[in-house]
Ligand binder design. Sequence first.
Ligand code: HEM
Ligand code: HEM
Length: 212
Amino acid sequence: MIHKQPILVWDVPTRIFHWLLVICFAGAWLTSESERLQMIHYAFGYSACALVLFRLVWGLMGTKYARFSQFIKGPREIISHFKGMLGSYQEASPGHNPAGGIVMLGLMAIILLIGLTGYWSVKEFLGDWMSEAHEVIASLALALVIIHIAAAALMSLLQKENLVRAMVTGKKQGLPEQAIRFPQYFIGLLLVLGWAYCFYAVLTGALPSLTQ
Ligand code: HEM
Ligand code: HEM
């Protein structure tokens, strides 16, 4: 039997995307109530949407486990994943599991929806109704994030592998031939620069059509 060893699964852009998204989401929540911090709220919110837009592209052309085709599965595979969780079960692939894949997509979609309702709130489209919708959808997203964090903790225990650390280091237990070959540092650097530019441009009001 070949022993599993730490192999590279998450490329650099996927990890940077994740942890910048965590910062943006937390930042947008912490600044949502204050009028004084309004521009910071917009900067976190819009730059979170920019991250998701990048991730949608990366889901089509990124490395193996970053691709949607690797983790968007049909209902049959999702059901067999849950059934498998009851026994002593090991995922066949070191990427996202089939149930997680759907939640990942849901989280990305809901961030875009928060951004859109935020934009329409600024434009006073449909008045108070739109800012109510923005707040309700943001609360739904928070609930989903809490479920997501709980699921990451639970799956870490079940699989006896720290999945949160894997999102930091990029490494998971697997067979050498399952590893991705290129960490994609350069694309990671471009992502950080693009995100920082977007944050700065919104913060300083350089994109007035988005913030006024
Ligand atoms: C401190 C809080 C968080 C922790 C510990 C955490 C942990 C994780 C882990 C372990 C994974 C990989 C799951 C796997 O192994 O299959 C993951 C993926 C993901 N998480 Fe989180 N997460 C956190 C917060 C968030 C937040 C706030 C969001 C969005 C608002 C988010 C969105 C996502 C998305 C979209 C993915 C998929 C990553 C990709 O394929 O690019 N997470 N998270
Ligand atoms: C991850 C992204 C975001 C999250 C989690 C979020 C969350 C929230 C929350 C919870 C509130 C309600 C604050 C209260 O209690 O009054 C709020 C208010 C607001 N947000 Fe966001 N937001 C995000 C992105 C955005 C974006 C991109 C914009 C666009 C400019 C925006 C514009 C606004 C505005 C204008 C309000 C005030 C609405 C009002 O008149 O009450 N937000 N946001």
